[in-house]
Design a protein around this ligand. Sequence first.
Ligand SMILES: Cc1cc2nc3c(=O)[nH]c(=O)nc-3n(C[C@H](O)[C@H](O)[C@H](O)COP(=O)(O)OP(=O)(O)OC[C@H]3O[C@@H](n4cnc5c(N)ncnc54)[C@H](O)[C@@H]3O)c2cc1C
Length: 280
Amino acid sequence: MASKVKNVLIVLAHEEKNSFNSALKNIAVETLQKKGWKITISDLYAMKFNPIASRNDITGSPKNPEHFSYADETCSAWKDGYLSEDIVKEQNKLLAADLVIFQFPIFWFGMPAIMKGWIDRVFTRGFAYTFQTMYDNGPFQKKRAVISVTTGGIQSMYSSKGLNGDINVILWPIQHGMLHFTGFQVLSPQISYCPGHASPLIRGQMLEEWKSRLEMIWEEKPVQFVPDSMFDMSFEGGFVLKKEVEDANAESPYGLSVGQHMGKAIPLSEQQKSKKKTVN
Ligand SMILES: Cc1cc2nc3c(=O)[nH]c(=O)nc-3n(C[C@H](O)[C@H](O)[C@H](O)COP(=O)(O)OP(=O)(O)OC[C@H]3O[C@@H](n4cnc5c(N)ncnc54)[C@H](O)[C@@H]3O)c2cc1C
């Protein structure tokens, strides 16, 4: 199983080919190609990817030109085959991928706008989610995703006592709201802290760490999220935790996740649980 050829899509958001992000992308290409895996790259700046979700994303007439609803209109266009060609191209890359690597620098506690725009436009309703097909039931449940991020801040700034706040909280919207929401098996994030102020030796170690992780990446267990079965998955029930789950966890000092913290302490290093080795 482990030796089977995998298709990997790398989505890169960095404008500079000599950047550390590009070096992380290059090492991923080199390492995974050596395994015989097939790599496709969406180098968003080089492609001049248009990140703006708009009416222009459908090629036919809108169903409701008076009030253009992006999710409704792109869902119909996806179903009936009149989505903009650049979106379809990226969706096809995604469909072919077993593993998606998102490589980007943290910008304002999130992803660069060009990559957020890729998510906004490529993850159209119907293709990437519906109310019936979300989270554990999402369309991408057979695929894996990993984010590889770099920061300007040093690691301690992103600890649960640090000035910037817990990195698990900062990454939650991406890990849970984008990747888990669409069904991906989400792997632990690869975080290269502050390459800009690290010594050449430390930068080399960060690249080496990513390389050795990639060699065994298919053996990793995905990060755990609270399963859908623990929620009342209906509008009447409000999509909240079932009473029996709340009761069973009433005495626990910790909540269940970064999001489902139930007014308690957030479990420590919640998003890093899939790692075999803890890096602190
Ligand atoms: C708009 C904006 C918002 C930001 N918001 C945040 C934020 O919210 N939080 C935060 O923490 N940071 C933030 N930052 C900082 C940003 O995250 C970092 O600058 C970025 O992550 C650094 O990665 P890089 O690839 O650009 O590094 P680079 O500056 O390209 O590289 C760092 C160093 O690595 C060297 N290098 C390149 N290739 C190699 C190689 N092969 N081997 C060894 N060394 C190499 C480079 O020469 C350089 O010395 C923000 C930056 C911007 C522009």
